[in-house]
Design a protein around this ligand. Structure first.
Ligand SMILES: Nc1nc2c(ncn2[C@@H]2O[C@H](COP(=O)(O)OP(=O)(O)OP(=O)(O)O)[C@@H](O)[C@H]2O)c(=O)[nH]1
Ligand SMILES: [Mg+2]
Ligand SMILES: [Zn+2]
Length: 340
C-alpha cells in the first residue's frame, strides 16, 4: 500500500519524440521511454495543447516497481503552433521551446514566394527567430540569384543557401543554434529537412526519401524528432507540412507583411478594402511601384484565410480571433482622426 507513494521525482528532461502515448525523453543519463501520468492525461482531455510535444521540458516520476511517468509539462517558451489538420479549430504544437524557426525550401523546383511567406508567417508567430534555408544548392546553377529574390520577400530574415550533398552552408545553419539553442525545421515534404539534420550531425541519424525520377516524394518523416547536435544545441525535424494553419498567426502576418500593414494604417478609411477607395495608401504604393501587386495579393490571400479560420472557431476563441479582424472595420467609413 504505502509503497505506491514512494516515488522519486526526477530532474527535468526534454521530450525527443512522442508516439502513440509513449514519450521518449532525453535525461542526463540518456534516452528513456515513459508513459503519461494520470493527472496529465486528465488535462489533455480538456486541452489539446496540454500534452507533451517534441522540445518540451517535463517532470518525471520514478515508481518503485520500475516504470517512469511523465507527470507535467513545464511552461513553454517560443513554440510553433498551428490549427490541427482536418478543419477543426483545435491547436497543435509542432515544436516547443525553440530559438530559431527555420523554413526549409528547395531551390529546385524554384521557390514559390507566396508559399514561403505563409511559412514565414507561421515561423514569426512562434516568437523565435525566423530563418530561411534554401536547400539543394548543388542542383542549380543560379542559387545566389534565387536567394536574392527570396531575401527581398523575407525582410530582416537570414536566408542561408545549403547543400546537404556538398556541405555548403551547413556550418552557417549550425551557427544558428549557438552553444545550446534549438532550431526547428519547417517545410513541405521533400525539401530536404531530414537530409539537413543528417548533414548537421555528420551521420545518418534520420531516414530520408529515396531519390525518385519525377522529383516528387511521398512524406518520409512521420513524426517530429529532436536530435542533439555535436558540440551543443539541438535541431527538431518535422514531417512535411501540407496546410499551414494560421491560428495565432496575426502577429506573424504583421511581421511578414510589415510594409503592407504600415501602408494600411495610412489609408484614409479604416475599413478601406484597398480597391478603389479614395486616399488608399496601399493602391498608391502599387501605382508608384513601391509595393508589388504580387505581394499585395499574397497579403490579401493570407488575410482571407485568417477570416475563414476565424469563422470556424468555437464561440469563445472566435471572439478572440475576431478582435484583430474587427479592429479595422469597427468604425464604418469613418475618416481617421475621429474618436474611435
Ligand atoms: N542533390 C541534393 N539532394 C538533396 C539535398 N537535400 C535533400 N536531397 C534529396 O531530396 C530528397 C528529400 O530529402 P528529405 O531529407 O527526405 O526531405 P524531407 O524534407 O525530410 O521530407 P519529408 O520527411 O517527407 O518532409 C531526398 O532524395 C534527398 O536525398 C541536397 O542538398 N542536394
Ligand atoms: Mg524528413
Ligand atoms: Zn487602402
Amino acid at each position: 500500500m504505502s509503497d505506491s507513494f514512494a516515488f522519486t521525482d526526477l530532474p527535468p528532461a526534454r521530450v525527443q519524440r512522442v508516439d502513440r502515448g509513449l514519450v521518449t525523453v532525453l535525461t542526463e543519463d540518456g534516452p528513456l521511454r515513459v508513459s503519461l501520468g494520470a493527472d496529465l492525461l486528465d488535462q489533455m482531455a480538456k486541452d489539446s495543447t496540454a500534452g507533451p510535444c517534441t522540445g518540451d521540458w517535463c517532470l518525471l516520476r520514478a515508481w518503485p516497481d520500475g516504470p517512469v511517468t511523465l507527470e507535467s509539462v513545464l511552461p513553454r517558451g517560443p513554440s510553433i503552433r498551428r490549427a490541427e489538420v482536418g478543419g477543426s479549430s483545435r491547436e497543435q504544437v509542432l515544436a516547443a521551446n525553440i530559438d530559431v524557426a527555420a523554413v526549409v525550401v528547395g531551390l529546385i523546383p524554384e521557390p514559390v514566394i507566396g508559399k514561403l511567406e505563409r511559412m514565414l508567417a507561421l515561423a514569426w508567430s512562434s516568437g523565435a527567430q525566423p530563418a530561411v534555408v534554401l536547400t539543394k544548392a548543388d542542383l542549380v546553377p543560379d542559387a545566389e540569384q534565387i536567394a536574392e529574390d527570396v531575401r527581398s520577400a523575407a525582410d530582416g530574415v537570414p536566408v542561408i543557401v545549403v547543400s546537404s550533398v556538398t556541405g555548403q552552408g551547413i556550418a552557417e545553419v549550425r551557427a544558428l543554434a549557438g552553444a545550446d539553442g534549438t532550431i526547428a525545421l519547417l517545410g513541405s515534404s521533400g525539401t530536404g529537412k531530414s537530409s539537413l539534420v543528417n548533414a548537421l550531425v555528420g551521420t545518418e541519424v534520420l531516414g530520408t526519401q529515396r531519390i525518385r525520377a519525377d522529383g516528387r516524394g511521398r512524406h518520409t518523416s512521420v513524426r517530429r524528432e529532436l536530435v542533439l547536435l555535436p558540440g551543443g544545441g539541438a535541431v527538431i525535424d518535422t514531417p512535411g507540412l501540407r496546410g499551414v494553419g494560421l491560428i495565432d498567426a496575426e502577429e506573424g502576418l504583421a511581421s511578414t507583411f510589415g510594409d503592407v500593414e504600415a501602408l494600411v494604417s495610412q489609408c484614409r478609411f479604416r475599413d478601406c478594402a484597398h480597391t478603389s477607395e479614395p486616399g488608399c495608401a496601399v493602391r498608391a504604393a502599387v501605382d508608384d511601384g513601391t509595393l508589388s501587386v504580387r505581394r499585395l495579393e499574397s497579403w490579401h490571400k493570407l488575410r482571407e484565410e485568417m477570416r475563414v479560420m476565424a469563422a470556424r472557431q468555437d464561440e469563445r476563441s472566435r471572439a478572440e480571433l475576431l478582435k484583430v479582424w474587427r479592429r479595422d472595420s469597427k468604425a464604418h467609413r469613418k475618416p481617421r482622426g475621429g474618436a474611435s
